[in-house]
Design a protein around this ligand. Structure first.
Ligand SMILES: *Cc1c(COP(=O)(O)O)cnc(C)c1O
Length: 459
């Protein structure tokens, strides 16, 4: 930083600094992420096969490992202008509270009604569906952030939106459901009697509260059996990481204005989309040998895909109908313990991040949920924002690293992703406040059960 340039609390960019193109980190990867495989044939999924489920343009983006920059259509940039650029905040209050020499920055993506970064990809996916002349899209939602983001995007473009919401969440999170309905989405508790797979599951398990895997199966069935509909997914896929690169591109532009280079970049990892987006331009520099950054993915100790999973081909859904992806996985039958309250419960991980982690280009750390909520509470009190439990995984590690800097006297620049707000997660906060939250870490024997179900891939 030049001597007389004081860094403001918030580094705002102007509208014209919203990126004009998404950055595709795959273009700079020497070892490309492994292709999706057709579970029937064991062969890489073709564009034609994927086109039955996803929109054409999104299939192109999914399979494109070579184009570094993909232009963001004007219509999407216009939508981005309603809530972007997202602020990059210098956490002066937190630094002071911790009495650390570290400089802490966070990129805040909770500044829209859906309350998370998911809107960045929702609008892109809805836009390409509309452009293809489709009537609507289907999806699943667990906690509800993705369903909300997609509902907003579809309302803006006049697309029909059918959301299959895991039944327990549908009942426990009526407010999320009503937000989605307000934006015009139809929200169906899953399993439902509106699909064949739903009726089958209901017949077999009449009282079931549903699961993400089951909701995916229903959403895919509806998309593939109704003309004019396609299925969309809020994380994990290459296209989603591509759209989320706006997070990292903006963060880098803001930091570059003040000549700040992050030493450490930290993000929570569920399916990997926000982290993949945040690190994209930095990882690009690292892959091209232009700069070096330490990057840490943070995951729950109760769902430790990176730190204890296997790098193998697996199903993305519990229903085993989706293509196989090579990723760090706990097995598609793995379900985190019922007392797990902090989100990030997907059993696998983006194939892009899995490959980068496998190649030693990033690290991963697992944290326990009570420590995560302690970090969330401290952050809320000191920085003012009520963080989503998912985001609080990143906060936990940022705090730990800033405290380390205090011990060593190092003036490191720490950047982390604050992916969203926690207003709809107050049942989890209540557990923490009442002192009834505990930590369950799966045993090796628990994990073996999930690994036993990994598909056998020839070769
Ligand atoms: C969905 C979500 C995540 C995790 O998903 P990724 O794809 O790993 O980014 C993190 N934070 C919030 C607020 C979310 O809604």
């Amino acid at each position: 930083m030049s001597e007389n340039m004081t860094i403001p609390y918030k580094i705002y960019l102007s509208e014209s600094e919203i990126p004009a193109a998404w950055y595709n980190v795959r273009a700079d990867m020497k070892n490309k992420p492994a292709p999706l495989l057709n579970p029937g044939t064991g062969k890489p999924m073709t564009a034609e096969e994927l086109g039955g489920v996803f929109c054409e343009e999104l299939v192109k983006q999914e399979l494109d490992n070579d184009t570094a920059f993909i232009e963001i259509p004007t219509e999407i940039r216009e939508f981005y202008k309603m809530y972007r650029p997202a602020p990059l905040v210098r956490a002066y209050c937190l630094e002071k509270y911790l009495d650390t020499p570290a400089h802490i920055y966070y990129k805040f993506e909770g500044n829209n009604t859906s309350g998370s970064h998911k809107l960045n990809s929702a609008i892109a996916q809805a836009y390409y569906a509309k452009k293809q002349g489709l009537k609507g899209v289907t999806t699943e939602t667990g906690a509800g952030q993705w369903g909300t983001a997609l509902s907003m995007a579809c309302a803006y473009l006049g697309l029909d939106c059918k959301v299959y919401m895991v039944k327990v969440s549908y009942e426990q999170k009526p407010f999320r459901r009503e937000v989605m309905r307000t934006y015009g989405a139809s929200v169906v508790p899953s399993p439902s009697d509106t699909t064949e797979v739903g009726r089958k599951i209901l017949a077999e398990f009449p009282g079931t509260g549903g699961s993400l895997g089951c909701a995916i199966s229903e959403a895919v069935e509806v998309a593939t059996t109704n003309p004019g509909y396609r299925y969309v997914l809020g994380s994990v896929l290459n296209q989603v990481l591509l759209h989320q690169s706006v997070i990292g591109l903006e963060a880098k532009t803001a930091l570059d204005k003040y000549g700040v280079k992050p030493d450490l970049i930290i993000g929570c990892a569920g399916g990997g989309s926000n982290l993949g987006g945040l690190i994209a331009p930095f990882m690009g520099e690292k892959l091209r040998g232009e700069a070096d950054y330490r990057i840490i993915a943070v995951e729950p100790a109760s769902c430790p895909s990176f730190t204890r999973g296997k790098f193998a081909y697996d199903f993305c859904d519990t229903g085993m109908i989706c293509p196989l992806a090579k990723m760090y996985t706990l097995g598609s039958s793995f379900i985190p313990s019922p007392n797990h309250a902090g989100g990030l419960r997907f059993h696998g991980m983006s194939t892009v991040l899995s490959q980068l982690y496998h190649d030693g280009l990033m690290e991963a750390r697992a944290v326990e949920q009570t420590a995560v909520f302690e970090a969330a509470e401290l952050f809320a009190r000191v920085e003012g924002i009520l963080p989503a439990p998912e985001s609080s995984h990143a906060i936990r590690v940022a705090l730990d690293e800033a405290i380390k800097c205090k011990e060593t006297g190092e003036e490191k620049n720490i950047l982390f992703g604050l992916t969203g707000t926690g207003y709809f997660d107050l049942v989890a906060y209540q557990k923490f406040n009442d002192g009834v939250m505990d930590d369950y870490i799966p045993t090796d024997a628990d994990l073996e059960k999930g690994f036993a179900g990994l598909p056998k891939i020839p070769g």
